[in-house]
Design a protein around this ligand. Sequence first.
Ligand code: HEC
Length: 443
Amino acid sequence: MKLWKAVLTWTKTRSDAPDKVQAFLEKRLPRNVSWLHTLGALLLFYIILQTLTGILMGLYYSPSPDQAHESIRYIDTQLRFGSFVHSLHHHGAAFILITAFFHLMRSFFLAAYRAPRELLWLSGLGLFLLLTLFAFTGQLLPFDQHGYWATEVGIRIASAPPVLGPYIHEFLTGGYGDIGATTISRFMILHVAVLPLLFFGLTALHLSLLQKVGSAGPLQGSPEPYHPFFPKQLLKDLLVTTLGVLLLFLVAWIFPPIDSGPADPGASGFVPRPEWYFFAHYEILRMLPSGWQLLGTFILPTAAGAALALLPFLDRKGSKLLPGKLRVTLGILTILGVTGLTTTGLIEESREKPQKNAIIGDPVTAGKKLFHTKRCTKCHSIGTEKGGDKGPNLARVARRIRSDYFKPWIRKPQSFKADTEMPNFDGSEEELDAIVRYLKTLK
Ligand code: HEC
């Protein structure tokens, strides 16, 4: 105890960190702060985890059109826990955006943007914008079909604003007009350097503002008396954060990221779709008649952003602009709208699936791709083409295996060998056919 005190005194005369921590723990919160007040802490943890998994991926990732996809496949198939870390980073993005959305809605419901929290609200809006840019720049990096085509559409949207549009387009594509080496490098540098710097700076501001003005109290009832952050709220934060992180781990474990094959700029017929958390915006774009696209790509998002930014100055305490009931109704309608549109998008996507799986072009080439996308490479190498080593190298497999034996084996290996590690094939008959045709060329 004495030693502890000595260390503390020593530190206190050299740094104000201990006082800051103490002030933080003793920070007075309005009574009845609800469970919704834990979303900020959860968000912070997701972001720390996302940074860690991002750094781990960065150790193996190579940002070039030739190697990007290959390096992600290496992470997925060769590294211990590689696929899991990739999965955590992939789904982490969705968890972060969803949590940020509800954190923002919570602040809206409680009118937490009002004086003296205007700057807190504005910095939060800035952080939200940065998060969407993280997701946008991240989806191109694996350089698979899905990310490539979604980015194609995304760049078109980003280039929509009048005047600035052409410059944005030139910046994102390096002036070449389409997605190539320069685009990957620029997205990479945005994703791992520019955005993180802005993000952590703004987060520091957001938290120091919070420390100054405190959390907004509940809607009803008098905010007095206050109680300190430690221990009750800290425990609530810890509980929600633990559950939230466990949920992310579970989802990442059950749904490994899907590899849609290396990006192929020539592939006509690939239906471009953004990640599902952008579906709400995407569905609005699809609903607009052609010729009205600028409304969806630029005018509406800008108007919505401006309205949110001006909100603290228009709807002040005592102003009649947004009476409590109207505000709550608006908030609920927004949540219902976003959820509804996202669900529509998910249903649409599941309808398009069969078409997406259709074999386009030469079945042997398609089969070769499927061999990767169906994760056969997790266990099989082919000659010098590297894959896992749980199963035999398939370099000359067509010499070993009778040709009519391929299909039943791959479809259901367990029916031949009960204790085999090889999983049953989950694809369509057409896909199986393509893979087998490809394997038969390996003599
Ligand atoms: C989890 C690991 C794993 C995955 C994933 C896997 N396999 Fe296998 N595969 C094996 C193992 C192990 C064997 C050897 C049979 C045994 O002893 O169980 C094998 C055997 C084979 C054989 C017979 C090879 C021979 O020389 O006898 C073929 C063909 C084959 N796999 C194709 C595929 C295809 C196609 C896919 C993707 C749809 C795939 N495998 C996915 C583990 C896997």
